[in-house]
Design a protein around this ligand. Structure first.
Ligand SMILES: Cc1cc2nc3c(=O)[nH]c(=O)nc-3n(C[C@H](O)[C@H](O)[C@H](O)COP(=O)(O)OP(=O)(O)OC[C@H]3O[C@@H](n4cnc5c(N)ncnc54)[C@H](O)[C@@H]3O)c2cc1C
Length: 225
């Protein structure tokens, strides 16, 4: 298991970024920012020799990432049976258009975490994680929506993954072309990309007189670079 001297993850044999190694990041704050901005993670595990990667929602609370799901979900069952897990998040910041097809790329920030998941059976801890998940996705929503009942929390599995063995990788900047290609009459540059919210749409069954709250009208995914 890794230690975190000076708030930095020590690269392990599993987390050492190899290609474009200078893009590797092990700084704890940088990794936290990527995890906190991302809406979706992908959880990888092996089920009966079959690699599986499942998208889901995550939240970081301190030194752990939490996800939740039905006790019947294969992902939850596999992770709680002790299968090693790999969780990733990816933020796409730009499409990098080079002069040659081969050198096209993307600007991105991504995180890879390896670890062993642990169960969170305690109802109050589940409530706390539930609150954090809600805040992570829609800040302000927890205070307005009906709170989860004990039955709802008991029926849902919450599992954690320690932030022990992590790497991040980021690409920034313009395309990198072969020297000769800079003479080509081809546009090159970056198309910036970010996740943006549309205008909230009322539910058909909304009771009369209820209007979309400010946090919905103003929703934006805060970019923490
Ligand atoms: C949006 C996006 C598009 C990409 N497109 C391509 C592509 O088309 N082709 C391609 O080869 N690569 C692409 N990459 C990079 C890819 O994620 C790997 O970094 C790359 O395959 C290098 O693999 P490797 O064999 O050097 O390292 P690996 O042996 O695969 O990785 C070693 C370790 O380095 C760390 N690591 C590697 N990549 C990342 C990462 N992205 N984020 C955090 N930690 C990482 C992990 O801990 C991993 O276990 C893309 C990445 C992103 C985010």
């Amino acid at each position: 298991m890794n230690t975190k001297p000076q708030n930095t993850f020590e690269p392990t044999s599993r987390t050492t970024v190899k290609r474009s190694a200078t893009r590797g990041i092990y700084d704890r704050d940088d990794i936290d920012k990527i995890l906190d901005e991302a809406l979706v993670c992908h959880v990888g595990f092996v089920d009966e020799a079959q690699p599986v990667v499942i998208p889901t929602i995550h939240v970081r609370m301190g030194d752990n990432i939490y996800i939740h799901g039905s006790h019947a979900s294969r992902m939850i069952k596999c992770l709680l049976s002790g299968e090693p897990a790999c969780l990733t998040v990816t933020l796409v910041d730009g499409l990098v258009l080079a002069r040659s097809v081969f050198h096209h790329s993307m600007n991105y920030r991504s995180v890879v975490i390896f670890g062993q998941a642990f169960d969170v059976p305690d109802i109050e801890k589940k409530r706390e994680i539930s609150h954090a998940l809600m805040d992570h996705v829609v800040p302000g929503r927890w205070a307005e929506a009906r709170q989860p009942s004990e039955n709802e929390l008991a029926a849902t599995a919450f599992i954690g993954l320690p932030l022990d063995e992590c790497s991040a990788k980021a690409r920034t900047g313009p395309p990198v072309d072969d020297d000769a290609d800079y003479q080509l009459d081809v546009w090159a540059g970056v198309i910036p990309m970010s996740l943006s919210a549309g205008v909230p749409m009322d539910d058909d069954k909304l009771r009369a007189g209820i209007v979309a709250p400010e946090y919905a009208n103003q929703y934006r995914r805060v970019q923490i670079k």
